[in-house]
Design a protein around this ligand. Structure first.
Ligand code: 9WN
Length: 443
């Protein structure tokens, strides 16, 4: 689908700053222009230079924004991703653009190729945010064209169910009903200190980085990216998984239950329950799995002493002490016990407003290096949604103002300095633009 998107409607809803002055109109236009510039054949790339392919959870966030300005593209982004779904149900973390050269991204398609694996994608996954996105896109588009929106939802539903079933059947390493990730990239919070303890057990073989060349540090500031030691571990883990033929029952060196991934996994079931009702399917199994995951998450990953959730290294049987923004994302879950939710809401002094990716009081808090301090719009947007769903208009309003303030001042960056608000990482970043549209559309 390469046709130009339709004219861009500017939302009629008032969208004011806390002092009553309006957010600039250019925000809507500029965000729309970023998404138009990042459209590539049949999907949106996160960033032209740094990430020139299709990424899984990026497409979910992007479709939510596109629904407001270019509904066909919103559905098409999800369709392109699910067209690359593997026969076992996994939705790959990257779908490689065939028109993009191997040298433009590392590790590219040649690195990931394995004999029995479908080509052109990685074999990793990312947080299963797509059911939530499909539901959000449907809600935005159904008024305008209910029949088309219903058709898209019906196409996606069995594929979304297969995505969840893959995670339930193949990734429950801990045996408690939670998803384990096998690589930090699967969390989407790639360089988070939440993985440091589990990663320490993975040899950092410098020869790997001499054999391959990092592309990210050629197009982004190395101080904003993972260190060479961490990158060597990422490559070693990815190569080892590839060499098993992406076999989830093989002995792998990294198996971690992440609170963010599992919150999104449970939220997907809630979204699927709503979708099932629209399609005349049975929502009960979705409600049941959402409740079971919420219960297991609270039992296994919540620490009453810190008042937040912590990633669990399943192989070592230990929870990381690191306090990361992933540890408050279970606020997304309506079934969370009220006393637990209250302790998560009390973490503001630790994470700041907008929420930083990592504990601002930690000795190794790094305001520049990605996922180790900076502010990300996507996780703040998830928390904004959670605040609205929980009936917390004060917190929702603060988050919305803080996010719109950052993009107004700095532009649509990949992430932001938590103290100065300066944009860091890739400029013209798709999910930041897309979620800005969604924020503007919801006063
Ligand atoms: C590896 C595309 C992706 C995001 C991730 C973010 C970053 C890639 C990288 O960019 O990861 O997947 O090369 O660092 O951490 O959340 O999906 O935007």
């Amino acid at each position: 689908m390469t046709t130009a998107p339709p004219a861009v409607p500017v939302p009629s809803a008032p969208r004011h700053r806390p002092d009553g002055s309006p957010w600039p109109d250019r925000l809507w236009r500029d965000a729309t222009a970023v998404l138009a510039a990042n459209w590539s054949h049949d999907h949106t790339v996160p960033s032209r230079r740094l990430y020139p392919h299709q990424w899984s959870w990026d497409s979910a966030f992007i479709s939510i924004g596109l629904a407001h300005t270019a509904p066909d593209r919103a559905w098409q982004d999800l369709r392109a991703l699910f067209a690359a779904q593997w026969p076992d149900g996994r939705v790959p973390h990257i779908v490689f653009d065939r028109a993009t050269a191997e040298r433009d991204y590392f590790p590219g398609p040649a690195f990931w190729a394995a004999p029995a694996a479908p080509g052109g994608t990685t074999g990793l996954v990312q947080p299963p945010l797509h059911a939530l996105a499909a539901w959000a896109v449907y809600r935005t588009c159904a008024d305008r064209d209910p029949a088309a929106a219903g058709r898209e939802l019906a196409w996606l539903y069995p594929r979304l169910v297969a995505q969840q079933d893959y995670l339930a059947d193949r990734r429950d390493t801990g045996g408690a009903g939670l998803v384990s990730i096998v690589h930090p990239w699967e969390s989407g919070l790639d360089n988070s200190p939440a993985w440091d303890d589990a990663l320490a057990a993975v040899p950092a073989d410098g020869r790997l980085l001499r054999r391959y060349q990092r592309r990210d540090v050629q197009v982004a500031d190395a101080a904003h990216r993972p260190t060479d030691v961490d990158y060597a571990r990422y490559i070693a883990l990815a190569a080892a998984y590839r060499d098993t033929g992406y076999d989830d029952s093989a002995p792998l060196a990294f198996r971690v239950e992440c609170p963010a991934v599992n919150s999104i996994y449970a939220s997907a079931e809630q979204a699927l329950a709503r979708i099932a009702v629209v399609l005349g399917a049975d929502p009960a199994p979705h409600h049941a799995r959402a409740a079971a995951v919420t219960e297991a998450l609270t039992r296994r990953l919540y620490d009453p002493d810190t008042g937040m959730f912590h990633a669990l290294d399943v192989l070592a049987g230990a929870r990381t002490p690191a306090r990361c923004v992933s540890g408050v994302l279970p606020l997304m879950l309506p079934g969370l016990p009220a006393d637990v939710a209250a302790t998560l809401l009390a973490q503001r002094p630790v994470l700041g407003m907008p929420y930083s990716s990592y504990d601002r009081t930690a000795a190794d808090f790094d305001p520049l290096r990605y996922w180790r301090g900076p502010v990300w719009i996507n996780v703040n947007w998830l928390l904004w949604r959670a605040a609205r769903d929980r009936g917390l208009p004060g917190l929702a309003g603060e988050l919305r103002s803080a996010m719109l303030g950052l993009v107004t001042e700095a532009g649509f960056y990949e992430y932001y300095h938590p103290d100065t608000g300066a944009g860091i990482g890739a400029p013209a970043f798709s999910w930041t633009a897309a979620l800005t549209l969604d924020l503007l559309a919801h006063p």
